[in-house]
Ligand binder design. Structure first.
Ligand SMILES: Cc1cc2nc3c(=O)[nH]c(=O)nc-3n(C[C@H](O)[C@H](O)[C@H](O)COP(=O)(O)OP(=O)(O)OC[C@H]3O[C@@H](n4cnc5c(N)ncnc54)[C@H](O)[C@@H]3O)c2cc1C
Length: 208
């Protein structure tokens, strides 16, 4: 991949699944004279696809969390800090006020959630899109005796098109297990015209 005989540095920005997989793959493919540096503001990697299982109690937060520094055992340098600026021309980034320069940049900083843009949502709504939120929502679902659970998507494009529907089915099953399903209504309100539209009409139709 890297033709030059000199030592090269790849800066991978973001230690989510995108950044971690990229850093691992690069580390395996590149000669060890080249450096792979992964930067994230969090100490820990958490596996978002399992947050819903944390919500249902089938996983603990610890089971879906790993320290990013473990990647150092594989020869990946890990830098914990906030990326404050990126200069694509210079292949440099500012991390906590310090400039890091590489030969190649991989930007995998994910999508930022902005619940505060919907009045009341951040203060009164729950989320399963964060590990903490999934745990809190699970505790709430363990307590609920009656009422209504409203699952809402606020825009047609969001981080995981399957998650809200998966959540609806899991919440339905959880409430049945607890014997309160007949007293708790589960309502799905979606901003998209049909579920999982990105996967095509066949998959979309199978969800409903
Ligand atoms: C409940 C749920 C279920 C899901 N289920 C599935 C599934 O079954 N299958 C599937 O394929 N996908 C699923 N997804 C989607 C999948 O988790 C995301 O697509 C994936 O996490 C995106 O990975 P990423 O690395 O691009 O971004 P992220 O996971 O968001 O990672 C970005 C990283 O960048 C870091 N970062 C951001 N900004 C900065 C900064 N300025 N400085 C330093 N670090 C920064 C963050 O701390 C984070 O670690 C699910 C998502 C959720 C929420």
């Amino acid at each position: 991949m890297v033709a030059s005989s000199s030592t090269q540095t790849v800066l991978v920005l973001g230690g989510g699944i995108g950044g971690v997989v990229t850093a691992n793959r690069l580390r395996r493919r590149l000669d060890h004279r080249h450096r792979v540096v992964l930067v994230d503001r969090e100490e820990d990697f958490t596996f978002a696809a399992s947050y819903l299982w944390v919500m249902t109690g089938h996983r603990t937060p610890a089971q879906v969390t790993r320290p990013l520094r473990r990647l150092e055992r594989r020869g990946i340098d890990v830098r914990i800090g906030t990326v404050e600026g990126v200069d694509p021309q210079a292949h440099s980034v500012v991390v906590d006020g310090q400039v890091l320069t590489g030969d190649h940049l991989v930007v995998s900083l994910g999508a930022r959630q902005v619940p505060e843009t919907i009045p009341g949502l951040a203060d009164h709504g729950h989320t399963f899109a964060t590990l903490r939120g999934a745990k809190q929502l699970g505790a709430e679902l363990d307590r609920i005796e009656s009422g209504r659970v409203l699952i809402a998507t606020a825009s047609p494009v969001y981080r995981c098109p399957a998650a809200p529907y998966e959540a609806a089915f899991l919440i339905d099953a959880l409430l049945r297990q607890r014997g309160v399903r007949d007293r708790v209504e589960v309502v799905m309100h979606s901003a998209e015209p049909a579920p999982m539209g990105v996967a095509g009409p066949q998959v979309s139709g199978a969800v409903t």
